[in-house]
Design a protein around this ligand. Structure first.
Ligand code: RB5
Length: 149
């Protein structure tokens, strides 16, 4: 899979290990920054990865900030993005199976490196189940298009 990844300055400490892990799993990863520990703003990086995924240049994205919260909120403002913040593997798996999430976020202040890898693996291994979930995901898109009454 072709994945886009980014963080903020807090998530930066965890990002290299996740990039390495993704490569070990056989995925192609592009790092959209930041590339130094200088203080930065998570919305800019959430937006960058979300736009890459929304435009179809990458199949999925991974975002890391202190909690995963701010950066996922920012990503979810981009059309077509369904970003989830997870601190355990079960929600990561279900978010793909039921909600067809296309961005996974987590927090470097919340999860350790090994737990983060488990979360990533569960999310990447899971597949959208469609069926009864497909219309619900479509309804989420309808909110974006202001079509849902
Ligand atoms: C940065 O201090 C922190 O607010 C950020 O990494 C993140 O946790 C925001 O949700």
């Amino acid at each position: 899979m072709k994945l886009a990844i980014a963080s903020d300055h807090v998530g930066l400490e965890l990002k290299p290990a996740i990039i390495e892990y993704l490569k070990e799993l056989g995925h192609a990863v592009e790092d959209f920054g930041p590339y130094s520990a200088e203080r930065t703003d998570y919305p800019a990086y959430g937006k960058k990865v979300a736009e890459e995924v929304s435009a179809g240049r990458f199949e999925s994205g991974i975002l890391i900030c202190g909690t995963g919260v701010g950066i996922s909120i920012a990503a979810n403002k981009v059309k077509g993005i369904r970003a989830v913040v997870c601190s355990e593997p079960y929600s990561a798996q279900l978010s793909k199976q039921h909600n067809n999430t296309n961005i996974l976020a987590f927090g470097s202040r919340v999860v350790g490196q090994e737990l983060a890898k488990m979360i990533v693996k569960s999310w990447l291994d899971a597949e959208f189940e469609g069926g009864r979930h497909a219309n619900r995901v479509k309804m989420i898109g309808d909110i974006e298009e202001q079509l849902l009454c």
